[in-house]
Write a protein that binds this ligand. Structure first.
Ligand SMILES: NC(=O)c1ccc[n+]([C@@H]2O[C@H](COP(=O)([O-])OP(=O)(O)OC[C@H]3O[C@@H](n4cnc5c(N)ncnc54)[C@H](OP(=O)(O)O)[C@@H]3O)[C@@H](O)[C@H]2O)c1
Length: 334
């Protein structure tokens, strides 16, 4: 039973139920609870109910506004989904689940797909380096010629590095930003126009909670994930106001540490610093549910990390306190 339903029922029963219903219950529980304690229970339930209703209304309003108050249909047997970075981790699992469902999937990565994924007849893989702009343009053209225009874009490919800024080579920083951020701009340039024309499409960006709360060693990675927030927010505005493409959905996903190749060699260090790492399947499940819903929103996984999105409004001492707690740099970064 949901919290509002439970607390609302208790409140209504204690306050408003006809006495022929109320009395037998009050007589039965009388020996165990005093009248004043019962009054407090009614008050607490009343408040919890009201707050849950306000919070529910708030979520409903956000959901409606994020989707421009318009409905659109997604037929997963007809959509063409393009997933970047499908040779491992998030992209691989997402592509596999889509393929299993019968959706036609275009995948991109430098490496080939694992054999189980490439065995699907509805999966078409393109080996390309997303930071090679000319190669990417040729691949985008080839995809359009061979399969048509994708209706769903999952901007997922990414790399990470965890050394402090001065230990990073400039060329590596630039490469990381090219892959994790600039390639998304390129992908949008190639594939968004067709979506705008049809006023139908879904852009899902896989960012990170690091976009709100960066850490020692992640200056370049954090920059790209914060950049994705700005890109997502601006794109949403432009789709609505500039292009009047109010049915195009946009979602941004901020996940915490998840067990994939990207954190393979630093998972031990993360654990030592008390940071949790989640199984990939647990994280992909709500992401796929959101995608299949055909609605756009901002998703933070796990939900309790939702506070990071508001942290920049905190007093600076409190922000720094949290960053220090999550960033105990000991001279060796693992
Ligand atoms: N795992 C986490 O803890 C976590 C947390 C928050 C956000 N994320 C984000 O989730 C996304 C997916 O990462 P993951 O965790 O699934 O890591 P992963 O298993 O290492 O997958 C990264 C994917 O990106 C592709 N990629 C990297 N560089 C590329 C390039 N130059 N051109 C084309 N493809 C490239 C890789 O393919 P190739 O190597 O074959 O090119 C691979 O398929 C990333 O954006 C990451 O930032 C991950």
């Amino acid at each position: 039973m949901s919290l509002p339903l439970l607390t609302g029922s208790i409140y209504l029963f204690l306050k408003w139920a006809p006495s022929n219903y109320q009395q037998p219950v009050l007589t039965a529980i009388g020996p165990y609870i005093s009248d004043s304690a019962l009054g407090t229970v009614a008050k607490v339930c009343g408040w919890v109910f009201c707050l849950s209703m306000v919070s529910g209304f708030n979520s409903w309003l956000s959901w409606k506004v994020e989707n421009n108050w318009v409905e659109d249909k997604y037929d997963w047997n007809r959509e063409l989904v393009l997933v970047t970075g499908a040779s491992s981790g998030f992209g691989e699992m997402m592509a596999e689940q889509l393929a299993e469902r019968g959706t036609k999937v275009i995948t991109m990565a430098r490496r080939p797909l694992k054999p189980e994924l490439s065995a699907y007849k509805n999966v078409h893989h393109y080996q390309v380096d997303l930071s090679d702009w000319d190669g990417l343009a040729l691949t985008a053209k080839q995809i359009k010629e061979e399969h048509g225009d994708p209706t769903v874009l999952v901007l997922n490919a990414g790399v990470a590095s965890r050394t402090p800024f001065m230990q990073k080579k400039f060329t590596d920083i630039k490469k990381l930003i090219d892959v994790n951020l600039i390639s998304h701009f390129a992908m949008l340039h190639h594939f968004l126009p067709a979506m705008i024309k049809k006023n139908h499409g879904y852009i899902m960006s896989i960012a990170s909670v690091v976009g709100y709360l960066s850490m020692t060693g992640l200056c370049d990675y954090g920059t790209t994930k914060s950049g994705m927030v700005a890109l997502h927010e601006t794109l949403r505005q432009e789709l609505r106001h500039v292009h009047k493409a109010n049915k195009i959905r946009t979602s941004i996903i901020h996940t915490g540490w998840t067990k994939t190749a990207i954190i393979d060699d630093w998972e031990k260090g993360l654990k030592e610093r008390g940071q949790i790492t989640m199984p990939l399947a647990d994280v992909v499940k709500p992401i796929m549910e959101l995608l299949y819903s055909g609605y756009g929103t901002q998703l933070i996984i796990p939900g309790f990390l939702g506070f990071v999105a508001g942290m920049r409004g905190w007093p600076f001492w409190a922000q720094e306190f949290v960053r220090d707690k999550l960033n105990p740099y000991t001279g060796e970064y693992r």
